[in-house]
Design a protein around this ligand. Structure first.
Ligand SMILES: [Fe+2]
Ligand SMILES: [Fe+2]
Length: 283
């Protein structure tokens, strides 16, 4: 029994359910016990109806589901009847989650009291600000120019609208401020698990096939958060490079499923659900 008595804290991300094969994966996702929680670290889908379908299904199955937005949820794709942009789209998704009983970065932090707990679960939405720049570039403009030259330009440039913020990086800075305000309220007695779509440190982006892509992957402003807050683990996705790394002794879990062409090639050796707590099992 052991762990089963206290349930498991599990995580996944980048479900990209617009792909029928990924939809099948979500249909088959089930908890191991009635007490399991699931952290969903963004990129569920682009259309709101798809996000709602996936999170609704998961909320029926898991004791608690926590979601943070990825860049794909924040896109305004032409085919989506929900035409909201930027902040308004995010708020609409948060309201959708509330209806489904799914926790978001806008809710009070909850404490996982199951096996491996107690730990505070801190869902975050901090975006990126083009500071993970390619070698030899010093500004956002230079970094973007390098990406356009290399033909490696993230679709966010065309579909992720920052309204009413003047830019995506301005929205990021506002989110960093808001997240710092929330994290300051953390009870220092308990360790925290930080959940964010983009990695909070730059190191995991060093192995990207196209280094120009890193500028859409995070912000230098969060570089010390895993040290500043009493952090048990960081859960993220976005890179579609599922693995576990350690930074300053803190465990970082990249938990993405990714696109069918990716998981078909590399397989899903650790399954679609990563065990975050209790740690030390199925690893
Ligand atoms: Fe993704
Ligand atoms: Fe992403």
């Amino acid at each position: 029994m052991g762990a089963a008595a206290g349930g498991k804290l599990l995580a996944t991300s980048d479900l990209h359910v617009a792909h029928p094969d990924n939809r099948k994966i979500v249909e088959e996702l089930r908890p191991e016990t009635d007490e399991d929680w699931l952290l969903v670290a963004g990129d569920v889908a682009e259309k709101v109806a798809d996000v709602e379908w996936a999170l609704g299904l998961l909320a029926e199955r898991f004791a608690t589901v926590v979601w943070v937005p990825g860049n794909h949820e924040l896109w305004t794709p032409k085919a989506d009847p929900v035409t909201l942009r930027g902040e308004q789209r995010y708020r609409y998704l948060v309201a959708t989650c509330r209806r489904l009983g799914v926790l978001t970065p806008e809710d009070p932090f909850r404490v996982w009291r199951g096996a491996g707990g107690p730990v505070v679960i801190a869902p975050l939405f901090v975006l990126y600000d083009y500071t993970f720049r390619p070698e030899g570039t010093r500004t956002k403009e230079e970094a973007l120019a390098r990406a356009y030259d290399a033909g490696v330009v993230c679709t966010d440039e065309f579909l992720l609208h920052p309204d009413p913020h003047p830019s995506r990086d301005a929205w990021c800075r506002a989110r960093v401020k808001e997240s710092e305000r929330r994290l300051a309220e953390l009870d220092g007695d308990l360790p925290a698990i930080l959940v964010n779509h983009w990695p909070l440190v730059r190191e995991p982006t060093r192995i990207l096939r196209y280094p120009e892509f890193a500028q859409w992957c995070g912000t230098e402003l969060t570089a010390d958060w895993h040290r500043r807050y009493r952090c048990a683990a960081v859960v993220y996705g976005h890179l579609h490079i599922p693995r576990t790394t350690y930074h300053d002794g803190v465990r970082f879990e990249e938990v993405s499923v990714g696109y069918p062409r990716e998981w078909r090639k590399r397989g899903l050796p650790r399954g679609t659900l990563r065990q975050i707590l209790p740690c030390g099992e199925n690893r």
